[in-house]
Write a protein that binds this ligand. Sequence first.
Ligand SMILES: Cc1cc2nc3c(=O)[nH]c(=O)nc-3n(C[C@H](O)[C@H](O)[C@H](O)COP(=O)(O)OP(=O)(O)OC[C@H]3O[C@@H](n4cnc5c(N)ncnc54)[C@H](O)[C@@H]3O)c2cc1C
Length: 457
Amino acid sequence: MTNTRPSAAIVGGGLSGLTSAYRLQEKGWDVRVFEAASIAGGRVNTVAESGYLCDTGATVVHLTYYRWYMDLAAELGLHVSPSPPYFGVYRDGRVRLLRMDRPLRSGLSTDLISLGSKIRTLRLAWDVGRAKFGGLLDSVDFHKGAPIDTETCREYAHRALTDEIDAYLLDPICRVMQIADSDKVGKLTLFSAMGNVVNGQFGSLDGGQQCMVQALCDRVPVDLNTPVQSVSEGATGVEVVYSDAAGNPCSGTFDACVLACPAPVARDICEEHRDLLTPLCDIGYTRGLGVSIGTTRPPDSPAVFVQVPSCEDPAVAMIFIDSNKSPDRAPSGHGLLGVGWETDAAAAWFDRSDEEIVERTLTSIFRMFPELRGTVDYTHVRRWEHCLPFLPPGATGPRAAFQAGLRRESRVQFAADYMSEPGQNTAIALGTRAAATLDAGRRRAGVPQAATSLGGG
Ligand SMILES: Cc1cc2nc3c(=O)[nH]c(=O)nc-3n(C[C@H](O)[C@H](O)[C@H](O)COP(=O)(O)OP(=O)(O)OC[C@H]3O[C@@H](n4cnc5c(N)ncnc54)[C@H](O)[C@@H]3O)c2cc1C
């Protein structure tokens, strides 16, 4: 089969890949998305069961900082509803409530940390402000923060702040951003959260986060159950070897390809870029364990999410109260909680049964929300082998080397959150960038002899 339009294979039907496909198609390319799983979306997934809508992966968006996400949502006709401004931190048997829209006032009046620690947070504000206005906090080009990517959050707290600030401010933020404790997470992630995310508002897509995936799948062709085994770039095209939905070995040649799958998969299937990808694979991903809990009454707290410090609970790191986040996630009068486990605890419990994981999770939930005892009418357990690209200190080095090593004129481009700081906004930004790079290359070279030829068997 030949075609006069340029063709692109997209490996991976998560937000990065779907965005690349959508943007390339818009520019006149024929696109084909290869997705290994039986549904598209990757780490954006909404499970609809028993009247609940559980966002098992990505949960919220930031209304002002997520520019790429908000623009695409508007373009696709999707509506993002703002969430209430409340969040909480659990300390000594109580959820301490804070407000995202009044960080200064609620920070000064909270009893979460002592007056001495509050005064010491001025140093934190100064350091974050300097990084922000120095252009170091860019979630789409995370490697710009390399000059301050030198220590863990806990090391920073010991050097410049107090142990109490680490325990009840930095550690809880790390446990939301990376779902990992502050002794593992690089300071840059903390600064990025404080400089870009605090002092804004969260929101979520009406109908579930997966609505964006669905809207993109309605516009671009996606082959499900079609894992790609290899991608190789030649002088006239890119050969893609894959299995079709029936498991038959197939291959096809395209003018270009976007690799939008996790780093270890990209390394295995793309020989040419193996050396560039290996350092990113060595840093790896966090492990994820998420438990959705439906209840016949809502929790008393108005918080959208509750951060749980490691000194309070080593396993449960954060709790999204999805029924507060967006009322459409639970039946009227019910509650829905999304509980995230800390990465090491998740790894230790990964192979335990759902029943054991639910039982352990509920022990924590009933301690923090005793009013929910006896009200649970739904549970769902989700395991993530590749949860979030891990960002320990020094994670910017391999990311910078990777970006620098990519050739703009290559027919193979990359789009995935391991290239920067994870998040739906990053995925969309990098998907858009990969499409723009390929299209610019095509224009520089003139319209190429189209290479599409799909073989099978
Ligand atoms: C528990 C959790 C909570 C999160 N919370 C938030 C949040 O609140 N806000 C936020 O902005 N972000 C959040 N994120 C991060 C966000 O979900 C990701 O950064 C983003 O969705 C990554 O998109 P992606 O397309 O780069 O990767 P993925 O979504 O991982 O997509 C990669 C795709 O490649 C496919 N694939 C793999 N191998 C192959 C192969 N051989 N051939 C073909 N296809 C293949 C996979 O099946 C997958 O569909 C969260 C993530 C998790 C896991």
